[in-house]
Ligand binder design. Structure first.
Ligand SMILES: Nc1ncnc2c1ncn2[C@@H]1O[C@H](COP(=O)(O)OP(=O)(O)OP(=O)(O)O)[C@@H](O)[C@H]1O
Ligand SMILES: [Mg+2]
Length: 477
């Protein structure tokens, strides 16, 4: 009969042998990884797996995701890496922590050689990351590291992994990437120049009619979800917004809020800096998906309008309104996805009808003077008050005079003390009301600055912009 001691010693010998074998296998693996192409490796491992019954056995399948394949980035490697970054399981003992200079968030991911297990719909899965140091002039001449990630699971679950799990990993990684994305502001100056978009405006901080805000958010949500819809109906996946209203009502702030909400980059384009349709085509084609193309003060793109009406006669190379509009409707929009284009103007009535015709801009948003609802948003943001004894009076005054959110914000900046700031605002509103009531004889005229240097008075059925009126009053003093 076998004694306990001999059983133990047999077991110990067996364990030591198994450990030795594992070490040899690991060494062999690292050598193989260095010198043998991936597809050959797979065959070797499947053979070894069959012999030793490890996770490479025929009952399991391992999917190998290399970072590059012939210098082409493997998007699934990237997706898996991002997915794993968000995963920390009890089975992991070492984690890698990283924070890029621009990044707000820490990234924590499994370290090279670590395994991560998870269960998906009852299927046990194992992820493992590898990184092999390479010297230049070896098999690959890239030098540096070769990274890959492997995913192993029971062979019988192959269909489910391919049809459900991998798409799930892709979806998750897309969402994570979006959450952590550092937004860029690209400005055109012969070529696109980028800086980080660090604009604090969000839909929460934006003073805007609450129903309009809600409708706009729903519109954006619907837009980003509808890739299949756009494909089905044969429409380019893009959406155009025209924001119009007096200066200081939050048009630019709204664009920043949209970008922050969607996590889209902004491309800020000054049309007057362009010289030809060709240049326009080139710069538009070089913009990325999931972005907002912004053209501010479209009515001030005088050059564009002059050229259109004046017919400068330099053929297709000249930048024309029709060239521009063709781009919006045509080539550019069909080769990109998830594009938003925003025009802003202070004077909707001055826009070329071609820009306004139905179907050109999908949504027209009027950014208007501050109403009581917008005022409350600003009071809450700037002063952290949601109610105050002066609120009724201020709300009443706001129904009588037109002031921009920018002006109210400016008043609120004057004091951190809510009482003082709100009293200051009451004073300001009374002053504007007095001026509006005709003491300077300008009632019924709209006074706008068109361009910064040449103030211009435009007869219009609209009311006086109090911002300018106030400035005039101050100037007179
Ligand atoms: N609706 C708003 N909600 C919150 N803040 C606002 C709003 N409108 C204006 N502001 C404040 O006023 C400043 C100027 O506003 P903004 O640049 O967005 O106005 P605009 O409509 O783009 O003006 P312009 O027509 O001159 O370009 C903003 O930085 C912000 O502080
Ligand atoms: Mg603006």
């Amino acid at each position: 009969m076998t004694s306990m001691a001999s059983l133990l010693s047999t077991y110990t010998t067996f364990t030591a042998a198994a450990m030795l074998l594992r070490t040899v296998l690991n060494e062999a693996r690292s050598l193989i990884n260095q010198f043998i192409p991936q597809y050959v490796q797979e065959r070797i491992w499947s053979k070894i797996g069959r012999i030793f019954g490890n996770r490479h056995s025929s009952s399991h399948v391992t999917l190998i995701m290399d970072e590059y394949d012939n210098y082409i980035t493997n998007q699934f490697y990237e997706a898996s890496e991002i997915y794993l970054r968000a995963k920390v399981s009890p089975s992991v003992t070492k984690l890698k922590v990283f924070q890029a200079p621009d990044d707000k968030n820490l990234s924590v991911t499994i370290k090279n050689g670590e395994k991560f297990t998870e269960v998906f719909q009852g299927i046990q899965l194992q992820w493992e990351s590898f990184c092999i140091e390479k010297n230049r002039n070896e098999y690959y001449d890239r030098g540096g590291e070769i990274k890959s990630i492997e995913l192993s699971f029971p062979r019988k679950n192959m269909d489910k992994i391919l049809s459900s799990y991998l798409p799930y990993v892709l979806e998750r990684s897309k969402a994570i990437r979006k959450e952590n994305r550092v937004l860029k502001l690209h400005s055109y100056n012969g070529s696109w120049e980028s800086t980080n978009l660090d604009h604090p405006s969000t839909f929460e901080t934006l003073a805007m009619d609450s129903k309009l805000k809600e409708d706009l958010i729903n519109d954006l949500d619907r837009f980003v979800k509808r890739s299949q819809f756009y494909r089905r109906v044969g429409k380019a996946w893009k959406r155009g917004y025209l924001l119009y209203g007096p200066p200081g009502t939050g048009k630019s702030s709204l664009i920043a809020a949209m970008a922050n909400y969607l996590k889209f980059d902004i491309y800020d384009l000054e049309l007057t800096s362009l010289h030809s349709n060709y240049e326009l085509r080139r710069l538009l084609v070089s913009t990325k998906n999931q972005s907002i193309l912004v053209i501010e003060d479209i009515d001030c793109s005088v050059a564009l309008q002059d050229r259109r009406s004046g017919g400068c006669g330099q053929g297709n190379s000249q930048l024309t309104l029709s060239g521009f509009l063709n781009f919006i409707d045509g080539l550019w929009s069909s080769c990109g996805n998830e594009r938003i284009i925003v025009f802003t103007t202070n004077h909707k009535d001055k826009l070329d009808p071609a820009l306004l015709r139905p179907g050109r801009m999908d949504v027209h948003i009027h950014m208007s003077y501050c109403n009581p609802c917008g005022f409350k948003t600003l009071a809450s943001n700037y002063l952290d008050v949601s109610n105050h004894k002066l609120f009724p009076e201020i709300e009443k005054l706001l129904m009588e005079v037109e002031v921009t959110p920018a002006e109210i914000a400016e008043e609120f900046m004057k004091s951190e003390d809510a009482d003082v700031a709100l009293e200051g605002l009451v004073e300001f509103l009374r002053r504007v009301k007095m001026v509006r009531n005709g003491s300077d004889g300008r009632e019924g005229k709209e006074v706008y600055e068109h361009g910064k240097e040449s103030p211009e008075i435009v007869e219009s059925e609209k009311k006086i912009s109090p911002e300018i009126v106030t400035r005039n009053v101050l100037n007179l003093q």
